[in-house]
Unconditional design. Sequence first.
Length: 160
Amino acid sequence: MATRKNHPHAKASTLKSGQEAIPTRPVPLLPLRGGVLMPGTQIPIPVGRKATRDLVRNLKPGALFAVGVQRDASVLVPTRSDIFDLVTLARVLSVEDGGRVHIAVIEGLKRARIRDIVKTEPHLVVALILSKRFLMAKRPPSPSMASTRSSKISEILSRA
């Protein structure tokens, strides 16, 4: 069994807060059953499935990985077709070992797309393409775009 020191992703690109995130090799994928991690946010997530517990337990703070969203939350062992293509490149801030459920505090860095699945066991490892659409110069949305987004959000919430 891999330990924290010799785990294959423990030496993967690690960053201190504020450094640019550009993965140069495949990264592990953490599939979320519910919720989305957006770039620029930090969230705690409960990690309960064995493969994902093992994954986060072996990532050092600062390690890069991808966070994807499952199409169907009831799937216990997701495959490539179970994960949406658009993912968020993330950084581990901390992991608390809670026995059956770990709590990982993670930070979303950039949007990316899955190019390939490199490995499926003991967890998914993916090669990414950084999404240029989300990496363009940061500028505030136009008032009309913000209004359209606000209307769509209101419409979705009114249906819930």
